[in-house]
Ligand binder design. Sequence first.
Ligand code: MN
Length: 737
Amino acid sequence: MTEREEEQMIRDQFDKLLAACPRCQTEENKKLVTKAFELAHEAHKGMRRKSGEPYIIHPIEVARIAAEEIGLGTKGVVASILHDVVEDTDYTVEDLQNMFGEKIASIVAGLTKLEGIFDQSSSLQAENFRKLLLTMVEDVRVILIKLADRLHNMRTLNSMPERKRLKIAGETIYFYAPLAHRLGLYAIKSELEDLSLKYELPNIFNELSAKVKESEEKHTEFINNFKAPIEQRLNAEGYNFEVVGRHKSIYSIWSKMQKKDLPFDEIYDVLAIRVVFSPKIHLPEKTQCWAIYSMITDIYKPKPDRLRDWVSTPKANGYEALHSTVMGPNGKWVEIQIRTQRMDDIAERGFAAHWKYKGQKEKESELDKWLEMVKELLDNPDSDSLEFLDDFKLNLFASEIMIFTPKGDVKVLPTGATALDFAFDIHTDIGYKCIGAKVNFKLVPLSHTLKSGDQVEIITSEKQQPKYDWLNFVTTAKAKTRIKEAFKSERKDLIIKGEKILEKALHKKKLTINSRILRKIMTHHSISKRDELYFKLGKGSLKLENLAKILSIKSSNKWIRYWKLSLGMSGSDKDEKEEKERSKKKKLVLSDDNDKDQFTISECCNPIPGDDILAFADEDDKLILHSRKCPVAIKLMSSQGDRIVSAQWESHKILSYLALINLSGIDKMGIVSNITRVISEDQNVNMRSINIESHDGIFEGSIYLYIHNTEDLNNLIYNIMKTKGVHNVTRQERIKG
Ligand code: MN
């Protein structure tokens, strides 16, 4: 492309952006947006992205997403165009303040603070997420633009080296997608999830995409037949509406397959449609939703327990709709969502769409409440960041239940919340003094799990003191944070006590505490933080047994040092060629030639050759292998992304790895010996142990095997499945705990 053609392409992109922003159309606003563009264009001149395209395309695209897909107005678009100017060029926040005013400058400043979060060489990411939330509470637009930025980066992730791709995809799935969900940005959330899956588990993603494509045609036909009578009826009633088939995202299919352990067909076959209508002016929206529900259920019978009413009480993220499941033709269940155009807008584009309907209904209060909760949590300045992130995340994705106070007020809590969570939700002091509750007028302990619709009265006593083990049965971030707070000083004492205990024990062996010794003990007990180890020792919940043996475990560092050297430490990130070179070297290729001491296989997911894997360098640069599906790995990717080393198995035929399979079936004479015969006849497998229990004619068991790779394992599973009486054989990835 010549320089002139490139310039033309940039101008075209900008025109597209302008056209995509309905709220930028006045002369004055157009001028402001154009001014921002000219400035950013000039400032980023000569800069290019990893893909080779001019840098300015990125802020233009981010602004387009902000306008078109999130629904932001002029200020948001201007701030999006300028979002990298302060970070990457010579312009300062003051410059922007002079040119664009206080508000826009402060949004860009907020975004700049967040920039660089993901390029740090330590585990500070969690702390930065916290900063991000703090900034968000000041102006939600900051986080909305950050999400647009992240979405564009995910859409263009292909040009990044794999190690970075994994890191960025990991953060996205762990933090950004839940956040988008919490802000009600459904479309963005699903796209972020799909893109993450695409880069984390490309094989699975491609396989599922192909299957979806294949089944689509069949579904379209069914949906058309299904919706015809509905359309007829709604037309007759004079409604202005649309009935659309609802596509399930690849990620949602995959995560359901994982969670429910079901094959693709059973998940994908659940069909779903959505009825979106423009309400008639003279009737309330709610009444009309129910009227349409009633018309549809005249045609198809509803499943009694599948009715969900988020019209009367919206979800905390503002979602409103009526959900039901009905029996369609051929006895097939079909999920139905009924929404007005306004509800649909809010469901797809979230809170930003509220602006469009401001005045019509004051629903923003729900989001305000949520932001208030975030603010409150953030007020606690010295809670541990990573822990905070975990607690906070719990609340991002949880589905919700509604609880009534004795006076009839409604509180929305995450599913699984207990009476104690409810107490803390009302007030911290009520939580601390809580001794029990009356749920629907019946006395229950404070650990009682609440159900949607419960009416709850908290019983307190002045004599009550907070207890540490309360942490075992609260789920809300608020309750967790408050309980931990109450024990902060006590915890500090126990940490000091624990350190002394360890010191003493080591002293007897003429040793002192050092990082190597600590790591060995922590690894042995699966503890990730030093304070946690001391705390447990101090509290007495952990005993120093087998210390000599734990310390004698040899950790080989020779190869790691070689690995570190071969990676090289220098090199500017801007230099693409070098980066490519480095990332190529950085790939850890595991073959039969490697010494097994060169890495550790994590016990949480126990990958074997053939699985998609990645490696983490721990504090001592020891490499730990995880399956890419492993939840622990996903968390590490997002919180300590710089320790990722991309890794891949080469073919494995010699070394063996431990794997575990579970099986069940009908108990028959000789079933155990039949199964063991299948295993012993297999040349590629060695059995370590087998454990089979039988009750009431059904057997269940597990077998530990030594195996070369997933292919051999799948063959074996297939062969065992053929054994008469065996009904189910699955691999269990988590071997311990
Ligand atoms: Mn950016």
